[in-house]
Design a protein around this ligand. Structure first.
Ligand code: ADP
Ligand code: MG
Length: 617
């Protein structure tokens, strides 16, 4: 009887391998982006047509390839990255095994154009379903462009298996996001059907996250960091009050790769225990660096699960690190310097240029010797842009970071200002009640049987929040017309989401209309709303909905009402008139839930006679 075992032809082997590596356009996106990063690129462009079905093109300005390497790169097990099985354990580069390009080329029409800096001419190579078609010299800039056309053109069954464009595009964007979040120092762009979806300049990690997920995220991020022998932790976690009803932005990266580690996700979630309501989920972007030898690399390249030695230790370290950062932030939650850089830049007055900030420190100044450090008023002092909290302000036990205001002694030293500078006491005519504003942030009045203490900003947030909610429930809000309408572009799937929300947005005062395909014009904003915050807010709203498709539109609008209230509430440090104080007291007690701010913090405290007795014992 004849022998029956046959070696599979290469192209068949490649197609079988492709079944594992290339599941959908997004898999190709991932492999090509990672190759471009490995090639040392500083700028990478991704172009898609029809969610990658028709075209996936990645252009980088990295090393480029020689003519021979370009041909070889499509061979199975062709890689410049590992030479022996041992290398697998120490590999730091992204791709491994050298099978991505061979697999991709077996199921698509592929063109590579590449040139190394040292070569005068580059080369263009065409391959179709693993078959070499042509090779020609070309003129091009240093770097490489891979164009993958008509994915699965030769395997109709797989092509039919693809989902609709919105779903496939979502997968592509996900892969793109996972890559760009690890390489903020690299410029990226993503274009789909001729429209720019993302353009991400090289930036800090914080700004990269914000550029991807929207400006509204900016004030919500708390940095984390911890170094130990077994792991280095860095990144950002979301403030508890912004936890979501669905798992949204939860990212782990180990050694610069996106991974899913349910065990460590649990560590993070347990750090939030008691800080967020049950069944809500924190956002996080956490980066772990571990010894590559402590990772189980014997996992498939397309899998995102990973096994780590030391998981138990890392669990404990991670939980403690997140806890600590959230704790520090809780001490001084509301003044966020980075937030100022984005939202609160005052318009410069050309006739009255701001003085150059000078920093003078009195070396003898010791906040502990101040009898009443928490009362040093500060909030009218505006910070130079880009300044960040140094160590010393932590010395102040106040919830908000206070800074000595700008009183300068004759010798030029910065002196703590008069403690009572922002205390106001009013005794309105015809009223026995005094109205007091303390330190520019606490409102105080007498009750029949005690004292009422109110946090002005939180109280105002509560008042506005309920007002916006009632507007959403059908009471028309007033809108303030803009002189120059603001226009926004949203990518098609997001534009759809936004269109569905337009009636609700109008109710709360956003005079929004469609201005051509996927473009929107804002002609008016809710009264008092800052123009500069509008785009971030809409982006955040759409993002919320995209991230949690299951949640009801109402829950998004509730979040929106809270965001608007936060935006418009009077800031701590703003001096209020007697009328304004009275108004806050009156409106607060007209609220359904006067006691807490929309994010669950106390707005008021009543000190009864008994409380006062206890205090004075
Ligand atoms: P791997 O990335 O695992 O090595 P691939 O099949 O993805 O395997 O790529 C094969 C080889 O082709 C790489 O090792 C690299 O040498 C080369 N290569 C791929 N993409 C690029 C690129 N954008 N720039 C330069 N070289 C590249
Ligand atoms: Mg690769």
């Amino acid at each position: 009887m004849a022998d029956i075992i046959r070696l599979l032809p290469d192209h068949v082997a490649n197609q079988i391998a492709a079944g594992e590596v290339v599941q959908r356009p997004a898999s190709v996106v991932k492999e090509l982006l990672e190759n471009a990063i490995d090639a040392g690129a500083s700028a990478i462009q991704l172009v898609l047509k029809d969610a990658g079905r028709t075209l996936i093109q990645v252009t980088d300005n990295g090393s480029g390839m020689s003519e021979t390497d370009a041909r070889l790169s499509f061979e199975r097990h062709a890689t410049s990255k590992i030479g022996s099985a041992e290398d697998l354990f120490s590999i730091h580069t992204l791709g491994f095994r050298g099978e991505a390009l061979a697999s991709i080329a077996s199921v698509a029409q592929v063109e590579v154009r590449t040139r190394r800096e040292a070569d005068e001419l580059g080369v263009a190579i065409l391959i179709e379903g693993s078959r070499f078609i042509s090779q020609t010299p070309v003129n091009l800039a240093t770097g490489t462009t891979f164009s993958i056309k008509n994915l699965f053109f030769n395997i109709p069954a797989r092509r039919n298996f693809l989902k609709n464009d919105a779903v496939e595009m979502r997968h592509c964007i996900e892969e793109f996001e996972r890559v760009v979040l690890v390489h903020p120092q690299i410029e990226f762009s993503l274009e789909h059907n001729g429209k720019v979806v993302f353009h991400l300049p090289a930036s800090s990690l914080r700004h990269r996250i914000v550029n991807v997920f929207g400006a509204a995220l900016h004030p919500r991020l708390v940095p984390i960091g911890q170094e130990s022998d077994i792991v280095v932790v860095s990144g950002f976690v979301g403030k508890p009050e912004f936890a979501r009803k669905t798992r949204g932005e939860q990212y782990f990266f180990v050694n610069d790769r996106y991974v899913k580690i349910p065990y460590l996700a649990h560590a993070v979630e347990s750090a939030y225990q008691e800080l967020i309501p049950e069944k809500s989920f924190p956002s996080y972007f956490i980066y772990l660096q571990v010894d590559p030898a402590s990772l189980d690399v014997n996992i498939h390249p397309t899998k995102t699960e990973v096994k780590m030695l030391d998981e138990g230790h890392i669990y404990a370290i991670l939980k403690a690190t997140v806890r600590k950062s959230l704790g520090e932030f809780n001490l001084m939650p509301s003044l966020d310097f980075d937030r100022e850089a984005i939202f609160d830049i005052p318009e410069p007055d050309p006739n009255n240029p701001p003085p150059q900030p000078t920093i003078r420190v009195n070396p003898d100044y010791n906040p502990f010797t101040n009898p009443n450090p928490g009362s040093i008023p500060s909030q009218h002092v505006s910070f130079p842009r880009g300044s960040s909290p140094a160590g010393w302000e932590k010395l102040f036990p106040s919830r908000e970071f206070d800074r000595p205001s700008g009183d300068v002694s004759p010798t030029g030293e910065l002196l703590p200002a008069e403690p009572s500078a922002e205390n106001k006491v009013y005794l309105p005519e015809g009223s026995e009640k005094p109205l007091v504003q303390l330190m520019g942030r606490y409102l105080l009045t007498t009750l029949r049987n005690g004292l009422l203490l109110v946090d002005q900003q939180r109280a105002h947030e509560r008042i506005l929040y309920e007002r916006f909610l009632s507007q959403l429930q059908g009471n028309q809000a007033s809108s303030q017309q803009l002189l120059f309408p603001l226009t926004f572009y949203f990518q098609p799937s997001d534009a759809e989401l936004l269109k569905n929300l337009m009636p609700e947005l109008r109710k709360i005062g956003f005079d929004i209309e469609i201005a051509g395909q996927n473009n929107f014009a804002l002609n008016g904003l809710p009264a008092g709303f800052r123009e500069t915050d509008a785009e971030g807010l809409l982006e955040q709203l759409v993002n919320d909905i995209r991230q949690s498709p299951g949640a009801s539109p109402e829950s998004h609008l509730i979040e929106m009402a809270a965001a608007l209230a936060r935006n418009q509430a009077v800031r701590n440090g703003t001096l209020l008139s007697a009328d304004e104080i009275k108004n806050i007291f009156d409106s607060l007690f007209a609220c359904n839930m006067p006691h807490v701010s929309p994010d669950g913090r106390l707005t008021l405290k009543i000190l009864t006679a008994e409380d006062l007795d206890k205090l004075l014992k």
